[in-house]
Design a protein around this ligand. Structure first.
Ligand SMILES: [Zn+2]
Length: 424
């Protein structure tokens, strides 16, 4: 991890107009903030300093239909040389599965002898075959990915996805953020212009090139003036979760909505019923969504009803502990393997949106009952989440403080940077 850090330091002087800032995690306890430069095109073969400037390696991009023997021919290596390479199990195993579009790199020495052959299997593993006397040695080298902490923040003007995109967040990270705060904020209903967010997340790099987006480390979301903060914590057993700064799990006993990103077409309470043509009490909430949209169990529970139920059409009723039950109606079909009496997990797909029964269009009718009494699912106080285990509380607090401090510092840096930008 020393090399990428040095590499970054050498380009840290570049002024980069980007909304993102990178941080290099050199070791868990040691962090240095650095502006993120555009990924440098680093030499791909990881060449070390000991060789006295060998000629540059020959790189061959594998084409569809290419064979190893044809490629060896092409670079001027004999078939005997190929056989000697393939005599090694590790080399044989990898080279039999080379893929078009990838690259083989050949280091040749005088007399067209192969000095070294390398093939990047994926972002973290490279096969290296090196000459040792008259023979070769094959090894698969594992490169640890460099974790960089990125920061993005934005304000919502029209949609969360647009604001997140403008802030440089991937759709994956945006969805993760919506999942983390989805227990407290209904992203279909509650989002307003002026809501804002900030996210500290990881990006994984190898040789200065981004391999993929990692996890959100901490995030905050201010919705209609109320600020929510979440911090990722992984306990020594390797279980990860998001917690509020006071150590309460973000994940609640109940999902706020059984379908993702939809619009409410009818609320709880009195309303005019378009089919019955009279006023009646609406005992649930209707979520308009296209037919086939997955419906999720809002909490762990047991199926106590599955079938047709008059005007409700295809319906599932779940019981959660002694006090709570939820009902899902008008399904087009039931979830796979769903049976009365069986347990379901929170978030499990129990059916799909439809318009079976008495319905004017595809939607989910959702009811929430406490001790048999209908409650408004949108406003009912849901049971509190679990706090972090006592034995981990101290460590969590330490991590939370550090994350929050980092986030504040990034926010200040960004504000200062924006203030320095000339008006457009
Ligand atoms: Zn309804």
């Amino acid at each position: 991890m020393v090399l990428p850090l040095r590499l970054l330091l050498s380009i840290a002087g570049l002024v980069v107009a980007t909304t993102l800032f990178a941080m290099v995690l050199d070791s868990p306890g040691q962090r240095a903030a650095l502006p993120l430069a555009i990924p440098a095109a680093a030499g791909g073969d990881g060449g070390s300093s000991s060789d006295p400037l060998p000629p540059p390696p020959l790189r061959v991009t594998i084409k569809s239909g290419d064979s190893l023997s044809a490629i060896f021919d092409q670079v001027g290596l004999s078939q005997q040389e190929l056989q000697r390479v393939l005599a090694h199990k590790e080399a044989r195993h990898t080279l039999r599965a080379i893929l078009p579009g990838k690259e083989l790199s050949f280091q040749l020495e005088e007399g067209n002898r192969l000095q070294r052959l390398s093939y990047a299997i994926d972002a973290t593993r490279t096969l290296e075959v090196r000459r040792e006397g008259d023979d070769f040695r094959a090894t698969t080298i594992e490169y640890p990915l460099e974790h960089r902490v990125q920061f993005a923040s934005g304000e919502i003007k029209s949609s969360l996805f647009l604001a997140a995109q403008q802030a440089g967040l991937s759709d994956k990270t945006t969805m993760e953020m919506a999942d983390i705060f989805g227990w407290d904020i209904d992203f279909a209903l509650d989002i307003r212009s002026g809501d804002h967010f900030a996210v500290l997340y990881e990006e994984l790099y190898r040789d200065g090139e981004k391999v993929r987006t990692g996890n959100i480390l901490a995030a905050e979301f201010t919705n209609r003036g109320k600020r929510y903060v979440a911090i990722r914590y992984t306990n020594p057993e390797g279980e990860s979760g998001y917690y509020s700064p006071d150590g309460m799990r973000m994940r609640k006993a109940f999902l706020r909505t059984p379908v993702k990103f939809t619009r409410i077409s009818s609320r709880f309470g009195k309303r005019f019923h378009p089919i019955l043509n009279r006023m009646r009490s609406h005992k649930g909430v209707d979520y308009a969504a296209p037919t086939g949209t997955p419906i999720r169990a809002t909490s762990d529970g047991k199926v106590i009803f599955k079938g047709r139920k008059g005007g409700y059409g295809r319906t599932v009723i779940l019981k959660h502990g002694k006090r709570y039950s939820t009902l899902y109606a008008h399904m087009s079909r039931f979830g796979k393997g769903l049976r009365t009496g069986r347990a379901v997990k929170q978030g499990q797909i129990i059916g799909y949106v439809g318009q079976s029964g008495r319905a004017t269009g595809p939607h989910l009718h959702y009811e929430f009952r406490i001790n048999g009494v209908h409650r408004n699912p949108l406003t009912v106080r849901l049971p509190r989440a679990m706090p972090i285990e006592k034995k981990y509380r101290k460590e969590f607090r330490r991590i939370a403080e550090k994350m929050l401090a980092q986030m504040e510092q990034r926010k200040r840096t960004m504000v200062a940077r924006l203030a320095r930008q000339p008006e457009e």
